[in-house]
Unconditional design. Structure first.
Length: 205
């Protein structure tokens, strides 16, 4: 079983190939404004280095947000076209699930992404249980859910936080092994999880 993992929900490309439970290749690179241009060539290069063809992949796991609106669309487009054209099962997961899964701390896990103006994209997990579902939320409101708990924030963003914090570095093998049995969807049924309206949509409203 070969599984391709794709996450472009930030300025980083996080991608890897897991074969029979072992990570055989990965890319973790900050592509910044070149993400939309370089993501697919970087994935193709990873395939070439491992002598793999596109139809050697049995399943795709893709992060569908929240995060960068443009970045999310990049990864989803690659994954959905790939899955549809070769009839490969596709499993969407959230960026917050991936962040929590990658943390080894044995306490309440609070992955957050800066959403500006005092808001974050956040969730709360404990012992694989979802305590607070992924949502666009005021940081002060999120903090109310953490009172009297032993918790740690997981983030790559520079956010002033009241509590311990660890920097997010994806453990692609752990993410894939955890979510590979999740129910796969028809590629046309995989949609972005922005969790909020775009600024243009908010302005129109």
């Amino acid at each position: 079983m070969r599984i391709l993992y794709i996450d472009t929900s930030s300025s980083y490309l996080y991608t890897g190939i897991v074969c029979d439970g072992k990570l055989i290749s990965e890319v973790q690179e900050n592509l910044q404004l070149d993400l939309s241009k370089l993501a697919l060539p970087k994935i193709a290069e990873m395939f070439s280095e491992n002598n793999l063809k596109p139809n050697d992949i049995d399943k795709i796991i893709v992060v569908n947000g929240p995060g960068s609106f443009t970045g999310i669309r990049v990864g989803l487009t690659i994954a959905k076209v790939y899955a549809w054209s070769l009839n490969i099962p596709i499993i969407p997961i959230t960026s917050l699930e991936a962040m929590a899964c990658s943390c080894e701390e044995d306490r309440m896990l609070v992955p957050i992404i800066d959403a500006r103006r005092g808001y974050v994209y956040g969730a709360i997990y404990k012992d694989d249980e979802e305590i607070l579902k992924p949502q666009h939320i005021k940081l002060e409101t999120l903090m109310e859910h953490l009172k009297d708990n032993n918790y740690i924030f997981i983030t790559k963003d520079d956010i002033a936080l009241d509590g311990d914090k660890c920097s997010y570095k994806p453990n692609i093998l752990k993410i894939v092994n955890k979510f590979c049995q999740k129910k796969a969807l028809n590629p046309h049924g995989v949609n972005p999880e922005y969790l909020k309206l775009t600024e243009a949509e908010e302005s129109r409203l």
